[in-house]
Ligand binder design. Structure first.
Ligand code: URA
Length: 230
């Protein structure tokens, strides 16, 4: 879609007003001012008008309490997917914003809005994700400090960014990270000599898993929740 069309469809502006806003430099694409009304968008760019992120009307934003044994994929020939848990009439164009391992439970976001999911998952936007982690051993003070400082992961050249830790019980902690590397939480705990027995995502940015949702349950995000991740 052309940039001016996108602005007109996602705001109250007419196409002509959208063109003017673009030529005045009020529109950014992926955080860079874009003055060309006929720029083509592929669908995953972050577009903002005077700093306000825009999305097309009719997009859907859901949260699910993902049960264990369900894969975070749109299709899978061997296992049930998160989309299989939803009524068929709402799954069109829906994708997952931030995958979880099959054995991880908790907050999963699903949307039709590619730009929004990019903002949620991109390491550049620094969106924090909080996990409740059940460990095989109590976390030592030294291990907590290492995690809070950043640890080296097996087969990964870069150390992790500093994490935040809250000890909830002897073997249960809350861990907040702002990256999403492969099996990151499990590998971080392995790097400090511990082992993850159960992993449950409780929060992404300011959006907390609705405790009324049973495993497999889902609901639409409120506007406030959706905009808090914009
Ligand atoms: N880290 C993991 O190890 N697994 C997940 O599912 C999410 C984060």
């Amino acid at each position: 879609m052309r940039l001016d069309q996108f602005i007109a469809n996602s705001t109250e502006l007419s196409r002509k007003e959208a063109k003017r806003a673009i030529s005045r430099g009020e529109v950014t694409v992926n955080d860079q001012p874009c003055r060309s009304a006929n720029s083509q968008l592929a669908g995953h760019e972050r577009v903002a008008l005077s700093g306000t992120p825009l999305s097309l009307p009719g997009e859907r934003y859901l949260m699910m309490n993902k049960p264990a044994g369900v894969v975070s994929a749109t299709t899978d020939s061997d296992h049930p997917t998160a989309l299989d848990l939803l009524p068929a009439d709402i799954t069109r164009n829906l994708h997952i914003a931030g995958r979880l391992d099959a054995d991880t439970t908790g907050l999963l976001l699903l949307t039709t809005d590619g730009q929004w999911s990019h903002r949620v998952t991109s390491p550049r936007t620094d969106c924090p994700k909080t996990y409740r982690v059940t460990l095989s051993e109590p976390l030592t003070e030294a291990a907590a400090q290492q995690l809070e400082h950043g640890v080296d992961l097996h087969n990964d050249p870069r150390p992790t960014r500093p994490a935040r830790i809250t000890v909830l019980e002897d073997r249960i902690i809350e861990l907040t990270i702002s990256e999403g590397r492969y099996h990151q939480v499990k590998r971080m705990l392995a790097a400090v000599g511990n082992h993850v027995e159960a992993l449950h995502r409780v929060r992404i940015g300011q959006v907390s898993l609705d405790t009324a949702l049973k495993p497999g349950g889902y609901r639409e995000l409120t506007c406030q929740e959706k905009d808090s991740l914009a």
